[in-house]
Design a protein around this ligand. Structure first.
Ligand SMILES: Cc1cc2nc3c(=O)[nH]c(=O)nc-3n(C[C@H](O)[C@H](O)[C@H](O)COP(=O)(O)OP(=O)(O)OC[C@H]3O[C@@H](n4cnc5c(N)ncnc54)[C@H](O)[C@@H]3O)c2cc1C
Length: 399
């Protein structure tokens, strides 16, 4: 490449992290870079609303948006699935969505922003018998299953975290005849403060839900689940909402990953062996200031998308990049239409005492969801608009 040629930057994944990164790069680098975003479909899916898609037929318009309309006009959109990354050749290989034919492309800089999906191999039987709401297709399939079973069918949600809670409370409110249960290996809302959990346990929607806490699931069967202790919990329909698994692309491509397959990146979001490959969002692993693992969330993915762009821009301008820093502010969840829970957090995501509940929390949660998408759109118009809270410098772990 001569110095005059634009830098070839490819972003894999059109989710929160990938779009923010693409728009910021396009706005800041202009003709200095040719930017392509690769995604299998032409839509951006607001995954944070998939519990709504699972429970209602009218939720999809708010969930699925034209990717092209969210991208800065100079960003090229390539509809394809990447199947391998070849770092030594600076190439990615994949399958074109429209033609189903193999496709390959060279890059100078690659951003890995592939997000997360259903943990198909979480326990035996999960892939065959459990539904999920981790992707739009999965949420559709689950809603389709609910349409087949009787109104008073038994539905068992595996998981006790925010996704499971949002799903079960949405179902409890909109499908009140269903017999709902949750089963979780720890406790309901494990990251909630006592005050927030007390509200959750007493919430109207949760009064329709039977909760099995400290009950790890060992197997999903045709008729429900079998716990690690060998007890059976029967259900007409099981839905796995316990954890997100990441695509195996980084692992399959020989990149450094953790046990779960997340791409390991440094504090600048670069991979150690291949600094021209950066990671952002659920598919990557970066430590928080105190060495803790940051939660998989759009609240994490969006700042990381912005920071990956900042690292790339700094490198092109010959500046040292800044380390990534993120101070969490809230943990917000819906408890069915009209109810919600917003827990104020310290910068390290641990709960502080303040909790907002009820309709004000539901309104906050809805505005927060809209804000997440607005950030992407604003960044399309004016790169650099979005800023996020950073942790205090004194909180950083000694090197
Ligand atoms: C029901 C539900 C509720 C949630 N609620 C919240 C919430 O309230 N707050 C919050 O902060 N987070 C929430 N989350 C989590 C949040 O949705 C994710 O953390 C967030 O979507 C991660 O963003 P991302 O950009 O990393 O990846 P994603 O949004 O998952 O996007 C990744 C993109 O990469 C594409 N991709 C994957 N593999 C390839 C490939 N090989 N080639 C090309 N493209 C590829 C995918 O198709 C996708 O478009 C929720 C999740 C769910 C499922």
């Amino acid at each position: 490449m001569t110095n005059c040629e634009p830098r070839r930057i490819i972003i894999i994944g059109g989710g929160y992290a990938g779009i923010l990164c693409a728009n910021r790069l396009a706005g800041k680098l202009k003709s200095r870079a040719r930017i392509t975003l690769v995604n299998p479909i032409a839509s951006f899916v607001e995954r944070i609303r998939l519990h709504e898609v699972a429970a209602r037929t009218d939720a999809e318009p708010a969930t699925r948006h034209s990717l092209r309309s969210l991208l800065e006009p100079s960003v090229e959109l390539r509809l394809a699935s990447v199947t391998s990354i070849r770092p030594d050749e600076h190439r990615i290989h994949g399958v074109d969505t429209a033609s189903n034919l193999p496709w390959a492309e060279r890059y100078d800089t690659l951003v890995y922003a592939v997000g997360s999906g259903v943990p198909a191999t979480a326990v035996p039987g999960a892939a065959q018998y459990a539904h999920s709401i981790s992707s739009l297709e999965a949420a559709h399939a689950f809603r389709g299953r609910l349409a087949e079973v009787p109104d008073d069918a038994s539905v068992l949600v595996v998981g006790g975290g925010a996704t499971a809670i949002e799903l079960v409370t949405e179902l409890a409110t909109l499908r009140p005849n269903l017999r709902l249960s949750m089963v979780t290996s720890s406790q309901l809302g494990p990251t909630l403060s006592v005050k927030a959990r007390t509200y959750l346990e007493r919430a109207e929607a949760m009064s329709h839900v039977r909760v099995f806490e400290r009950t790890p699931v060992g197997e999903v069967t045709r008729t429900g689940v079998r716990t690690v202790d060998g007890d059976d919990i029967a259900a007409d329909c099981v839905v796995w909402a316990a954890s997100f698994a990441v695509p195996t692309l980084a692992r399959d491509s020989g990149l450094d990953v953790d046990r779960s397959g997340r791409l390991i990146v440094d504090e600048y979001l670069r991979t150690a062996r291949h600094p021209d490959i950066l990671g952002a969002g659920d598919g990557s692993l970066v430590d928080g200031p105190a060495g803790e693992t940051l939660r998989m969330a759009c609240a994490t993915a969006v700042p990381q998308g912005g920071h990956a762009a900042a690292t790339i821009i700094a490198g092109l301008e010959g500046r040292a990049p800044d380390p990534f820093g993120l101070a969490y502010l809230v943990l917000a969840m819906s408890l069915g239409p009209g109810d919600g829970l917003v827990q104020r957090t310290r910068f390290d995501d641990t709960p502080s005492g303040t909790v907002l509940t009820g309709r004000p929390a539901a309104v906050f949660n809805e505005l927060n969801n809209r804000y997440a998408r607005s950030i992407l759109a604003w960044e399309r118009i004016r790169a650099g608009t979005y800023r996020w809270a950073k942790p205090p410098k004194s909180s950083r772990r000694a090197a």
